[in-house]
Design a protein. Sequence first.
Length: 305
Amino acid sequence: MDTQETDFFGRRIAVCGDDFGMNHAVDGAMLQLVDLGRMSAVSCLATGPAFAAHAAELQRRDVDIGLHLNLTESLCAADGEMPALHTLLVRAWRGQLEPGWVEGQIARQLDAFEAHMGRAPDYVDGHQHVHQFPGVLQPLLRQLRQRYGLYRPWLRNTAPGLLAGVPLADAAKARFIGLLGSRALRAAAQTEGWRTNRRLLGVYGLEGGARAYADRLHCWLFNAADGDLLMCHPALPGRDPMAHARQRAAEFEVLRNTELSGWMGANGLAVRRLSQLGALRDTAESVNFDAVAPAGRLRHLVSRS
């Protein structure tokens, strides 16, 4: 793929918040981070209980808005019974997914997205990365072609970015997620003309608190290359019941810190919408390690309270 020259900042990355529409805490955090310029993409659970209430607010923002395809969590009565991730994964790799069910879920969620946003998504990814699974990827691409013709939403590539300094367990998880379908997705992208992010950053166990997240964030930003995507799962602190609620609030604490954007700019990083970038080469050559601050510098973003 051809590469486009980087802008003044040197390395342009997308920062993508997952699970918009899950509840008010998630949606509120993401809207704030978009307004602060910390996020450039928002992945929406189109059948999520809060999506309809906040879709219009999101639509007014200058941000890529995507469908977060969900096949593992029942979010409303219309979703019906959803398989657990492990069950879906085993069925997918055994070729045992029911095509009609997969097609129906994709169609219903695209319908819901279009109904509230009034347009096609800027991109598509997957809740728990299901969009790349065997038996899901091709039906998804087929529906996108049928609905949108020559328009091509970009797709999330889960191949891991550089993993220097990343804890071993997190690095193993990142590699495993990539093995679940990134090769097939990239092959389809090259053959059929779909755009993708270069590599994926931000994979970890969703635990450890704000200091641990700040340390990981430093590693991810240190490793980031032009066109990479950093995923995150922020939420406002509160009582909304959800998995990993405390860690989501910790992510929000770190990402909203007023010094983060200055640190990124000083180290050659800019948050950009991938829909506005040209084609990106899948290589790590664009990383400028000399411009990155020493390890641990992001710890000061965490409050001492």
